[in-house]
Design a protein around this ligand. Structure first.
Ligand code: FE2
Length: 191
């Protein structure tokens, strides 16, 4: 069983950026519930899990990916805040960090250990990809409609539909970690 303190430890730096204590607590609760529903037993298992099964993740694990996307989305927001004299739209940094930490939480349901040291798509994952299962999880745990948009629309399900600003930043940060691996695998990345 994975404990609250372990999730807090994994994402300590990012969680500390969330100003609203209720939202910070909710993010941890959603992760714990995802771990419980997905049957994850230890944080080590999560560290072994590749962040995607769609291409060779080349050792990048689920936790590293979640942190990279969260920090990447935050950096995109900060770059605009610093470069512009006036930012034309409000950026909700709490939503950005919470959304980054939760965008792939559905992968706790979509992916499972294959019993032979690897990982495979679960039955839940075959029924609904992680943006859908993650959005259901986030919604049932009482998070806002905007957070549901972040989770539901960050990936291909959401193409053309990330109407919430934070979803756009998270989508871009997410694909900045995914596309290079796909291109590398296909021999399309010029090095
Ligand atoms: Fe992701």
């Amino acid at each position: 069983m994975i404990h609250k303190q372990e999730i807090e430890g994994l994402f300590a730096k990012q969680l500390a950026r969330i100003q609203d204590p209720t939202l910070r607590e909710k993010v941890v609760e959603v992760w714990l519930e995802g771990c419980r529903r997905g049957g994850w037993q230890s944080v080590d298992q999560l560290r072994q899990m590749p962040f995607t099964l769609l291409t060779n993740a080349r050792g990048v694990n689920f936790i590293e990916h979640t942190i990279a996307v969260t920090e990447g989305a935050l950096a995109l927001a900060q770059a605009q805040k610093q470069a512009y004299r006036s930012v034309p739209y409000p950026i909700d940094e709490d939503r950005l960090v919470a959304g980054g930490l939760l965008h792939d939480v559905g992968k706790l349901l979509e992916i499972e250990p294959d019993g032979a040291g690897g990982f495979r798509k679960s039955r839940s994952g075959k029924c609904a990809r992680h943006p859908i299962s993650g959005a259901v999880l986030v919604g049932t745990m009482g998070l806002s409609d905007e957070m549901i948009n972040v989770v539901a629309c960050h990936a291909k399900e959401g193409e053309g539909r990330p109407q919430v600003l934070e979803t756009i930043f998270i989508h871009q940060a997410d694909f900045a970690t995914f596309d290079p691996l796909v291109m590398l695998e296909k021999g399309q990345l010029i090095q």
